[in-house]
Design a protein. Structure first.
Length: 528
């Protein structure tokens, strides 16, 4: 059992975690715990880009307004204004780090980098690195992190819980390595950057998304979880039952891609004047309805009319992946389905990433900052990662100068390691995902949510009957995922309206006043 200490412990190696590490490491000792495989997590798979007001033809009011409209009445206006106005400096920071954004050349260029469009945006404001922006960001930032002498990295540690001191303040985390050894890492300040909860669902846009374990770790220490019911489904994931999850970027529609049903007809113009570029909740619901009406299990996304040269130029990654799966997107329309993509809710934080637990912070998809409201607008998430990681860094730099005392107690740390039966855990996880996908996805109903709650409670009981399951790292993470799934259903049950991503056939109207939901560990139903 090792107990290294640092000023700041960051858990998570996506854009939020890496940005934060780089922003504080010149002045603080940083411990970064991140997955070994750099392609885990969602950041690296982000294709489209980062939304920010960069063009002289755009302005802050327009970006704020588009975000508020997409968020369907539930955004926190202060968080929106804060994020949007800090966008240009965050992008400049990335340019200074050397991120290879796609340039815009030619005499009519209004900004040195190409800006694309995505759903909900009334201007070209998405800066990108071809169609693999997340990969370019993570590679560039990780390269810098690897060289920084003040950043100690652990890549083989699965963090399963947080440490608290006798005042209830967070003072680090504990986890298990690949040799089944438990470790605790103490720190004056702990930052969770562990991602969202799309892994609660069967079909997702990234191969190995998290299932909200970090959210539950924060909740275990007393943090509040807000707006969990707003799970975003990206409208266009490649329909490829035998292959890995693969996103077809919204930028494809931004550059003119058209959605067609099985009979080759466009269906979006009749539903929304923004057509294929309506906000995601609207497009995903429309696709879901077409799929229910049809027989193929997917709709089609057609970009052939852009021409081979433009397709190769704008979408080299999508072109190559689809080709590897036998689809030539210059000659065929792409079969697509909606898939779980992004959690708009999460651990409640302020504008500096501070949670309700002393010395505990959360940044990136794990956090609920109020930016996204009931439906996140495309490419506002990487922006949020950057802006909040940078504001969190500023707050922590002030605090680490004051240096809080940390006197950890360890009774929450498991003292033994067991091997829970892996087949049983895998079966419970699959059943959890099936339940969430059937009853808690794009279209919901009161009866469906009630069924989901009963099934999830049953699965949690079954899990907790396995001996010492919570001291098996995989068992503990599954317990956290199930608890979060239950809280998600409870949040959905409490919302007696359809708003943004939460659409229920039993409450089709909106309540006159939009209220964010807030739950905590205390709201979990008692055990049988
Ligand atoms: C995409 O490229 O469509 C994903 C961008 C996002 O989710 O913001």
């Amino acid at each position: 059992m090792s107990t290294p200490t640092s000023d700041v412990l960051i858990i998570g190696g996506g854009v939020a975690g890496l940005t934060l590490a780089l922003e504080i490491a010149d002045h603080s000792l940083v411990t970064l715990v991140r997955p070994d495989q750099d392609d885990q997590g969602a950041s690296r798979w982000a294709q489209g880009g980062i939304a920010a007001v960069l063009s002289p033809d755009d302005n802050f009011e327009a970006h704020i307004n588009d975000t508020l409209i997409a968020g369907d009445g539930l955004c926190n206006a202060e968080a929106v204004g804060f994020t949007v106005t800090h966008g240009p400096s965050a992008i400049q920071w990335l340019i200074d780090q050397g991120v290879p954004f796609t340039p815009e050349t030619g005499p009519s260029a209004r900004y040195p980098y190409h800006l694309t469009r995505e759903g909900g945006h009334n201007a070209r404001r998405i800066i990108h690195a071809d169609d693999a922006t997340g990969r370019a960001l993570v590679d560039t930032l990780l390269n810098k992190v690897n060289q920084h002498p003040n950043i100690t990295q652990y890549c083989d540690l699965t963090v399963v819980g947080l440490l608290k001191d006798d005042q209830g303040a967070c003072c680090g985390a504990y986890g298990c390595d690949t040799h089944q050894q438990w470790h605790s890492i103490t720190a004056s300040y702990t930052v969770l950057a562990t991602g969202g909860a799309s892994g609660l669902y069967r079909h997702t846009t990234t191969p190995a998304p998290s299932s909200g374990e970090g959210m539950m770790m924060a909740a275990e220490l007393g943090a509040n979880l807000m707006n969990l019911e707003f799970q975003q489904f990206h409208p266009t994931c490649l329909f490829d039952p035998e292959g890995p999850a693969f996103l077809i970027s919204e930028a494809v529609r931004g550059e003119g891609g058209l959605l067609l049903n099985e009979t080759g007809q466009r269906f979006m113009p009749a539903l929304d004047k923004r057509a294929e570029l309506a906000p995601r909740d609207i497009v995903a619901r429309a696709i879901d309805a077409e799929i229910q009406r049809g027989t193929l299990g997917h709709v089609l996304l057609d970009i052939r009319h852009l021409g081979e040269k433009a397709i190769r130029h704008h979408f080299p990654t999508i072109l190559a992946h689809c080709a590897s799966r036998g689809i030539d997107i210059t000659k065929q329309a792409i079969p697509v389905v909606p898939a779980a993509h992004y959690s708009c809710g999460g651990v409640a934080t302020d504008l500096k990433g501070a949670t309700d637990v002393a010395n505990l912070y959360a940044v990136g998809e794990i956090a609920y900052t109020g930016l996204h409201g009931a439906n996140r607008m495309a490419s506002n998430s990487l922006l949020e990662c950057l802006v909040f990681a940078r504001s969190c860094a500023q707050a922590l730099l002030v605090k680490t100068r004051e240096q809080s005392e940390c006197s950890p107690i360890f009774e929450c740390r498991p003292s033994l390691s067991v091997n829970a039966p892996k087949a049983a855990l895998s079966d419970i996880r699959q059943r959890m995902r099936a339940t969430m996908s059937q009853y808690v996805s794009i279209v919901r109903s009161t009866a469906g949510l009630n069924t989901a709650l009963e099934q999830l409670k049953g699965l949690l009981n079954t899990l907790e009957e396995i001996d010492d399951v919570s001291v098996d790292p995989e068992g503990k993470r599954l317990q956290q995922a199930l608890q979060l799934a239950i809280l998600t259903v409870l949040a959905a049950q409490q919302r007696h309206e359809s708003r943004g991503l939460h659409y229920t056939t039993d409450w089709s109207q909106q309540q006159p006043v939009a209220v964010a939901s807030r739950l905590s560990m205390k709201d979990l139903p008692n055990k049988r």
